[in-house]
Design a protein around this ligand. Structure first.
Ligand code: COA
Length: 225
């Protein structure tokens, strides 16, 4: 464990599968991250599911993204947290996969969101990175349910969820930047989750469990990957 991970346990967390690693980004990783999100993410930028944050000018988007990363890190506490993972394939950042929750200690429900740079899409990586955070959530943090949502029409996002075993779970309308959009909600439980083989989770220490409100459900030694 390096010095910074000893002081800030989320930096030590790694979810690994073959050539893919999910880990939190350090400040030294931010230039690569900012360059990635400055490029295209959507094949068609007129679709209603383009992220509101992506609609900002590139300089503004870069500043906002840095502040968002610092906010996510600074707000990890048992009552609520977002683990904003960088997704690395062969040590190159290809996209982001978030895992978030509120009051995990009592509810044990997690939510996720993700994106890949356009050049990195349609290679099966979206399905794998979603499954990696579900391995962490279900098999190591003992979540009872994982939810996600996609704006209706976002077929790759829905396909990623269905591939992991999620069921449809109703629709709602939401505000989306200056617009409104209809969301398709999905949910999956540990028994329905379509797992990968040979996923490993490193760095889920007792200190990190305490930060995440996940102390009453086993330790690393019981949680063999
Ligand atoms: C959503 C996203 C992360 C998926 O990543 P990806 O690497 O492209 O996904 P994968 O290659 O792993 O899988 C894509 C799935 O979508 C399916 N798919 C792709 N285009 C499709 C289309 N037009 N219609 C139906 N299914 C489609 C693929 O067939 C595949 O499913 P399958 O293998 O079960 O058949 C990626 O497309 C992305 O970053 N999109 C822009 C940001 C975004 O919309 N994020 C989600 C917000 S909720």
């Amino acid at each position: 464990m390096d010095d910074l991970a000893a002081d800030f346990p989320p930096f030590g967390l790694r979810i690994c599968h073959e050539d893919m690693v999910l880990r939190l980004m350090r400040d030294t990783d931010l230039p690569e991250y900012l360059d990635l999100l400055s490029g295209p993410i959507f094949p068609d930028e007129t679709v209603p599911w383009v992220f509101p944050w992506y609609r900002a000018s590139v300089p503004q988007r870069r500043r906002n993204a840095m502040q968002a990363q610092w906010t996510f890190r600074s707000q990890i506490k048992p009552e609520s947290w977002t683990l904003a993972f960088g997704v690395y394939v062969d040590d190159v950042l290809v996209g982001c996969q978030d895992l978030a929750t509120q009051d995990f200690q009592r509810l044990r429900v997690v939510h996720s969101g993700s994106w890949l740079a356009l050049n990195n899409q349609s290679k099966g990586w979206g399905k794998r990175m979603r499954k990696l955070i579900l391995h962490l959530a279900f098999d190591h943090l003992h979540a009872r349910r994982a939810t996600s949502a996609a704006i209706i029409g976002n077929k790759p996002s829905l396909a990623v969820s269905l591939n992991a075993g999620y069921d449809l779970n109703g629709t709602t309308w939401t505000t989306w930047g200056d617009d409104i959009a209809e969301l398709q909600h999905v949910a999956v439980t540990p028994d329905k989750f379509q797992r990968l083989n040979n996923v490993t989770v490193e760095g889920l220490t007792d200190d990190l469990r305490t930060m995440l409100g996940a102390t009453s459900c086993g330790s690393d030694s019981e949680d063999e990957s």
